[in-house]
Design a protein. Structure first.
Length: 511
């Protein structure tokens, strides 16, 4: 063993290897030492660039989320706060309150307004949607409002926030809203939590109202205006499990059509991206329905706003997740038209006000109330499929099924063809009809027929909107007469149909 070791030590190759290792270690140590020195110099230079604090400067501590603490109030804010304290202690004329709420009083009746004034509402998320909802609740007479949000007012949020001003930039959203609304309705009691909602603090944040001498009161309603899916799912699941009435706002970003904002059960909001993600996670927790939501039926599409891509240089830096406000928060920018969060917020507030006061509500989720139109078009399409199957294959079409639902009909009529015939542009007596003879024909699928299911394949891209008269002619000349489309329609119509079919392909990504 010793002789082998002596031979290895005397080997020129071993000596060269040892020299290389020692040289590498020396170089690495030099480089690391140089980098450490550079870091110390950079930190020293950065610290020296910070100006000294003047005697007039009042240093403030940041919150646990790195946000600013509430600044000292102006003289006007101090007067408003003093008035609010007196009003909340009962030192405010009841006649003045009733006069301010006079329009709501005659609308909701005295009994309904009394229910509203004694109610306790929790708003989670005080951004564009939450601030408008809270403002409407306070102006309408809700007596107790708890605000929950960890974030602060930013300059970019002023385009959609209900009450924030330039002076509020950098301050917590919950205190900004409380301070402004106390100037409008000083008798309204606010309970502010500058915290991030999560299931670990749900019992505290959604617990009973216990301020001052007022006895514990459970919330009458929780309003979910969170734009982070994890927190949103935890909030909705907690409310559902504990039988707390809740209404949730889905995505207002990338929306521009206020006529498409509706209220319905979360199970019906199939085409909203935020709702789809939320619904899937809730289903995994055993919650399939029973949560009212405000959502838009407007579809994404070419030329419309969408989630902005992250710049390539940010990807090159690595760890793009660290760009978020907090872990699991969205990093990319979601374009928001300033008017749409207000529409969502007021719709939510309207739902809560009417529900709490006992005012009758009768929502219809279907766009523009066109249920009967969709049923009629679907029945006509079913009849067309049966007729074409009989004429082509001579087979019994009784019991033939088509893979098209009423939602598909609504999608094609309203979103793709805008409720008008692609041939003439007429909006009346429209129907759907196959544009071309499919490769497999109109007969029942042979493979499924062996399994006892009479089913015909039908691609949504192959369905076009026409008037009933145009559809009859198209069926006679193209689908049965085997004429080429170019023989029946001019170039402009063919281009328009092709454009609509490309739109269907694009829309299908979001369905």
């Amino acid at each position: 063993m010793s002789s082998w070791l002596q031979r290895q030590l005397g080997s020129q190759q071993t000596q060269l290897t040892a020299t290389a290792v020692l040289s590498g270690a020396a170089v690495a140590g030099t480089i690391l030492g140089y980098q450490a020195l550079k870091r110390r110099e950079a930190v020293k230079e950065l610290k020296s660039s910070i100006p000294p604090i003047s005697e007039q400067h009042k240093a403030q501590k940041l919150s646990e989320y790195g946000t600013a603490t509430p600044p000292s109030m102006s003289k006007e804010d101090e007067r408003s706060a003093a008035l609010a304290r007196r009003a909340q202690e009962g030192d405010y004329d009841e006649d003045l309150i009733l006069e301010q709420l006079a329009r709501n009083r005659v609308f909701l009746t005295d009994e309904g307004l009394a229910k509203l004034r004694s109610s306790f509402i929790i708003v989670v998320g005080c951004g564009g949607v939450g601030s408008h909802a809270t403002a409407a609740l306070a102006r309408s007479g809700v007596g107790k409002i708890r605000l929950i949000d960890f974030d602060q007012v930013t300059l970019s949020s002023l385009n959609r926030h209900a009450v924030a001003t330039l002076a509020d930039v950098g301050t917590p959203k919950v205190h900004c809203i409380r301070r402004r609304l106390e100037q409008i309705a000083p008798w309204v009691r606010f309970d502010c939590y500058n915290e991030l909602f999560g299931k670990s603090v749900a019992d505290k944040l959604l617990g009973p109202w216990e301020l001052e001498s007022h006895g514990p009161r459970k919330p009458d309603f929780v309003i979910d205006c969170i734009d982070n899916i994890t927190s949103k799912v935890e909030l909705l699941h907690y409310c559902h499990a504990n039988s707390i009435p809740v209404v949730s706002s889905m995505g207002a970003g990338c929306k521009s059509d206020p006529t498409r904002v509706v209220v319905g059960d979360i199970s019906q909001s199939t085409d909203d991206p935020l709702s789809r993600s939320t619904r899937r996670r809730l289903k995994a927790l055993g919650v399939n329905s029973g949560i009212p939501v405000v959502f838009s039926t407007e579809k994404p599409g070419p030329g419309k706003a969408s989630l902005l891509p992250l710049p390539e240089d940010e990807f090159a830096k690595g760890q793009v997740g660290e760009l978020g406000v907090l872990p699991d928060f969205r990093v990319r920018i979601l374009p928001v038209l300033g008017t749409m969060p207000a529409v969502f917020g007021y719709t939510i507030a309207n739902h809560v006000i009417c529900t709490v006061s006992g005012y009758p509500l009768d929502y219809s989720v279907s766009v523009k109330g066109r249920d009967r139109t969709y049923d009629s078009v679907l029945s006509a399409l079913q009849a067309t499929a049966e007729r074409l199957a009989r004429d082509e294959a001579g087979e019994d079409a009784y019991g033939l099924r088509i893979p098209v639902s009423k939602d598909d009909v609504a999608f094609l009529l309203d979103e793709v063809y805008r409720g008008k015939s692609v041939i003439s542009g007429l909006p009346s007596r429209v129907t759907l009809v196959p544009w071309e003879v499919p490769a497999g024909g109109f007969g029942a699928d042979k493979e499924w027929l062996k399994e006892g299911q009479k089913y015909v394949r039908m691609d949504l891209k192959n369905l076009v909107c026409m008037t009933k008269d145009e559809a009859t002619r198209h069926e006679r000349e193209v689908l049965k007469g085997k004429k080429r489309l170019e023989e029946v329609y001019d170039k402009n119509i063919l281009l328009k149909v092709e454009q609509r079919r490309r739109e269907i392909e694009e829309f299908e990504k979001y369905r």
